[in-house]
Write a protein that binds this ligand. Structure first.
Ligand code: GLU
Length: 494
């Protein structure tokens, strides 16, 4: 027996450019992209800009930039077929699809569904609908349209102008199998006849989605749980048209650490903000993947490639996914740990480019040396200035900080003076930990490690916590380090 050829997996994300590309959209994008990549499928980007009053170009741009930063490239667009010989061009080079450019397609399907008498023009005006709704509510009934205008079909209603187009919703139970939730059932009798378009040129969300998912041959719809109530409506329309039904997977809501709805601060901020805050794109992808999914084993750190291999949409949980910022910090630190010094340097150069305090950082050679000694402490690129700013500018500090343990100002001054003399007699060329250790060996033996190295470390860094003083001097050079020790001596004398 031969089985029917398997359809190629085709998934989409359909963001509306009415707000920034936030966490939820990013996770939906990632899960779709992973599903496409692991099935040799196609990942489609469709901009749902049917609402001209709320859609803005700046939000569309944000969608592109965030997808690009996350490395989630889409595979085709309306110009896919038109570009001679470029069908195999780079991903992300085509499209996206925009609903605002597809009015003629929706119109064709609206005309069809009207002519098949599965939809009709509704002439009821807002006030009449409001009155009807209030009367139902007063009787304790769910508000839904009575179907009054079904009677006119394609005949005009006594010279009144049509207000909207409605779908003749059958009063049946709609059942579908969700890849995450199993069988889901809705009672369509509660919907009433749904408005599917304002007129032939202005379809509404549920209708446009049904047409697009069909026209784009979408096989799997992976989207947020907030859309689950739309699914039976879309299925009813697919059935009315005789379209093949895609499979559905509704991703759990993202909740705050207190299990309450995620605060606006997270919901409304663009993913671009994560880049700005110093998170690595790969770490952000890793973190997003764990919002509602985890593998069978305990692995928590993944590259994109690992995720393509291991992600399994069927293992996505039903219950809310908890958003935990500390986890993001940890995941980011783990990804930074996995980078080599050259990679970190390049990331930092990119991160600080264009930032007002970035100029002094932009010297690659100097940065490389600093990265070498600060790498272990770096958890986020944005912390780098805080961590290593003292290399560029000696911070203000209290002279009290120079005193090791129970030392006095007098004893500290005496030792620092000796440190100063040692430094002054050193060659000004390249210094490193070995040459410094050799030079200070005697003094350390005589005075003790802490009494020498503590004030020296504070003098060259101005900070209570910093790397080893010899490593710092290796970066600063003898001249600058001696100057800084001189400043410390002045402070002690004051
Ligand atoms: N435009 C919808 C949104 O931004 C997505 C609809 C869908 O995935 O079907 O939430």
């Amino acid at each position: 027996m031969t089985s029917a050829p398997r359809r190629q997996v085709r998934v989409r994300i359909a963001p509306s450019p009415t707000g920034f590309f936030h966490l939820g959209t990013a996770r939906t994008a990632l899960f779709n992209w992973l599903f496409a990549r692991q099935n040799d499928g196609v990942f489609v980007l469709r901009i749902e800009d049917t609402d001209p009053t709320r859609s803005e170009k700046k939000y569309e741009k944000d969608i592109f930039q965030c997808l690009q930063w996350l490395g989630l490239s889409w595979d085709e667009g309306p110009d896919w077929e038109d570009r001679e010989g470029k069908k195999n061009g780079a991903k992300g080079e085509y499209g996206p699809y925009r609903q605002s450019e597809r009015t003629a397609i929706y119109k064709k399907y609206l005309e069809r569904i009207l002519s098949e008498k599965k939809a009709y023009y509704c002439y009821c005006e807002k006030e009449e609908l409001k009155a009807e709704e209030q009367s139902l509510l007063a009787q304790g009934l769910p508000p839904r349209y009575s179907g009054h205008c079904r009677q006119y079909e394609d005949k005009a209603s006594e010279g009144r102008s049509p207000q909207v187009i409605r779908f003749k919703t059958p009063e049946i139970k709609v059942e579908f199998k969700d890849m995450i939730r199993g069988t889901v059932t809705f009672d369509a009798a509660l919907f009433g006849d749904m408005v599917i378009a304002k007129n032939l040129e202005s379809p509404l969300y549920n209708f446009a989605v049904v047409v697009d998912d069909h026209e784009m041959n979408i096989t799997h719809v992976i989207r947020g749980e907030d859309h689950i109530a739309n699914t039976p409506k879309q299925i009813l329309m697919q059935r009315a048209f005789g379209f093949e039904e895609p499979l559905y997977a509704h991703l759990p809501l993202i909740l705050g650490p207190d299990r309450a709805k995620l605060s606006k601060r997270y919901v409304e901020t663009s993913l671009a903000d994560y880049e700005e805050r110093g998170f690595l794109s790969e770490a952000t992808v890793n973190f997003l993947a764990l919002l509602g999914w985890h593998p069978q084993d305990n692995q928590e750190i993944f590259t994109r490639e690992d995720l393509i291999k291991k992600f399994d949409v069927k293992r996505v949980q039903k219950g809310g996914a908890i958003f935990n910022e500390e986890k993001l910090d940890w995941v980011n630190a783990e990804h930074i740990k996995a980078l080599n010094e050259k990679e970190i340097t390049e990331h930092l150069l990119r991160f600080f480019a264009g930032k007002s305090f970035g100029k002094s950082f932009l010297k690659r050679d100097l940065l490389k040396k600093i990265v070498h000694i600060e790498k272990g402490r770096l958890k986020n690129f944005a912390d780098f200035f805080e961590l290593a700013g003292f290399f560029f500018d000696l911070p203000e500090y209290d002279s009290q900080l120079l005193l090791w343990d129970k030392e006095t100002r007098v004893s500290t001054e005496r030792i620092l003076q000796e440190v100063h003399n040692h430094l002054e007699t050193m060659e000004h060329g390249e210094v490193n930990r070995e040459s410094l250790e050799a030079k200070f060996q005697d003094l350390i033996l005589k005075e003790g490690k802490g009494r020498v190295l503590w004030p020296l470390r504070v003098a060259v860094s101005g900070r209570a916590a910093s790397p080893d003083p010899f490593d710092i001097i290796g970066v600063l050079g003898i001249e600058e380090s001696t100057d800084r020790v001189r400043i410390a001596l002045k402070k002690l004398k004051a």
